[in-house]
Design a protein around this ligand. Structure first.
Ligand SMILES: Cc1cc2nc3c(=O)[nH]c(=O)nc-3n(C[C@H](O)[C@H](O)[C@H](O)COP(=O)(O)OP(=O)(O)OC[C@H]3O[C@@H](n4cnc5c(N)ncnc54)[C@H](O)[C@@H]3O)c2cc1C
Length: 463
């Protein structure tokens, strides 16, 4: 009998797993149910498509349903999974084009349906607000924007990285952008003093930033937005984009008996198995361990979705062949993230100071600014650095970098490696990092931070 893998969700996690199983186990029938028209697309590229840096939405599609079919995967688009019967091992699926329903059997099920935006429950938000999560929503947004006046005023609600990337895209297209959030700072994954650099840059770039404002209503008439009402006043507006946070889409899996973790996302083991036999989960729907402090979080990033999909695929091949399990595990993350907005690079890894305080960790923090290249070169740029290490051991706990020059991305990856491998600041001082004047000073910024931490914690050797 041909074993049957059913995958729910045809993007990052789902298609990575499906492709791996297809390549590694020709004897397995691989079937994917995808609600939308696209598969394997880059949601991360949506702000750049909205901003016009990418001309066609199809450029964001890494592999079309047809290409997957040619590779031997049975892909059903416009097919929405509605419920899972874990006993019978079937999924009820609705074809969204004609409303017909059917049962799809499985031997193993991968649940990879991603996350959904939590739109603010205020009057007018549903009717007039525009959410951006999927590529077809990105296409609709760009189309809707093209019908506005060239200098239209657009309010973006939500100052996380996606909201900021969208606000930048709007300014680049000539619109007036207002970024609004109830939180006191932009980019909550940063400590407040680091977020201040970002906010300052957004304002310089032409984005109006209004923090600490609670959205109360989106007003409109004749199907068009007229204003956004907050607890601080009224912003006349021609368009509203709601970029609030997203929640993992766990409902169907929970109804099938899958256990939730404390974060509200699905609990899975290292091989991406849920608590229900026969069901695996990966991507934005699951939680994973922060390897720095052992806490569990739902981190919605493509980088994790791809790795988790691969690990699930490896385990699925083994299990569908009757073996005990795959040899790969996804052990966790260290909270690394990066974006580039308004020509500035913004990145973090490990824990922030706020997370250290909340977790009761005894730490030292250093905060300083340096140049991105050797200071004597013209236009050496500026990089603001914050680093944290554990008291007593000197173990590096985290780093945040905000800068207009000088390889913020390169450096955050070095810091992430230090955090994940549990390196101490004492050891970090001696790591053999690359140096030449166009890349930094002879003491790399991260090593300057490590030296400062060693000094502040009274550890040895102090360089
Ligand atoms: C605008 C934007 C920018 C981003 N930028 C970055 C970035 O720069 N770096 C980064 O690492 N991450 C980024 N992300 C996050 C990243 O895209 C996600 O973490 C990643 O796509 C998650 O993969 P996934 O497979 O778990 O879920 P998704 O990619 O959301 O895929 C889930 C799929 O399931 C389908 N689906 C949902 N419900 C059903 C159902 N009931 N039946 C069938 N199909 C269903 C959906 O249509 C979707 O195609 C960004 C996200 C957005 C929205």
């Amino acid at each position: 009998v041909t074993p049957r893998l059913l995958v729910l969700g045809g993007d990052a996690a789902g298609m990575t797993a499906a492709s791996h199983v297809r390549r590694s186990a020709p004897e397995v029938e691989v079937v994917v149910m995808e609600r939308g028209p696209y598969t394997s697309y880059s949601m991360c590229g949506i702000p750049y498509y909205v901003g016009g840096l990418i001309e066609s939405a199809s450029d964001l599609v890494v592999r079309t349903p047809e290409e997957h079919r040619e590779a031997g995967i049975v892909v059903h688009t416009h097919s929405e999974a509605r419920s899972i019967d874990a006993e019978a091992r079937t999924v009820r699926v609705v074809d969204l084009r004609d409303g017909t329903e059917r049962e799809e059997p499985y031997d193993a099920l991968l649940y990879a349906v991603g996350a959904h935006p939590t739109l603010p429950s205020v009057p007018g938000a549903d009717e007039h607000g525009f959410g951006v999560r999927t590529l077809d929503e990105g296409v609709r947004l760009r189309h809707a924007l093209s019908r506005l006046q060239p200098d239209a005023k657009i309010v973006v609600v939500g100052a996380g990285y996606i909201g900021i990337e969208l606000a930048e895209a709007l300014v680049q297209r000539g619109y007036r952008a207002v970024l609004l959030d109830r939180s006191a700072q932009v980019m909550k994954p940063l400590d407040p003093e680091m977020a201040e650099y970002v906010e300052k840059r957004l304002v310089e770039f032409g984005i109006r930033v209004s923090m600490g404002e609670e959205l109360l209503e989106v007003r409109g008439s004749d199907g068009r937005v007229t204003a956004v009402v907050t607890d601080k006043g009224i912003h006349p507006a021609d368009f509203v984009i709601l970029s609030a946070s997203s929640r993992p889409s766990v409902g169907m899996a929970v109804r099938a008996g899958c256990t939730l973790g404390d974060s509200g996302a699905l609990w899975v083991d290292g091989r991406m198995r849920t608590s229900v036999p026969g069901i695996w989960a990966a991507g934005d729907v699951v939680e994973s361990v922060n390897l720095v402090d052992g806490s569990r979080h739902n981190v919605q990033l493509g980088t994790h979705a791809n790795k988790q999909g691969k690990v699930a695929g490896i385990d699925l091949v083994a299990v569908l062949r009757g073996e005990e399990g795959g040899d790969a595990t996804f052990d966790g993350h260290v909270g690394t993230a990066i974006t580039k907005v308004c020509e500035w690079e913004i990145a973090r890894t490990g824990l922030t100071e706020r997370e250290c305080v909340d977790g009761g960790i005894d730490y030292a923090a250093v905060h300083f600014s340096g140049t991105g290249t050797a200071g004597y070169l013209s236009d050496p740029g500026i990089v603001h650095v914050k680093m944290l290490a554990e008291a007593g051991t000197g173990r590096l706990l985290g780093a945040q970098l905000v800068g207009n020059e000088g390889g913020v991305g390169k450096r955050i990856d070095v810091a992430a490696t230090w955090c994940q491998l549990r390196l101490t600041a004492q050891e970090a001082q001696f790591i053999d990092l690359a140096y030449a004047p166009p890349f930094g000073g002879v003491w790399d910024l991260l090593q300057i931070g490590a030296r400062k931490l060693v000094g502040q914690l009274g550890l040895s050797p102090q360089l």
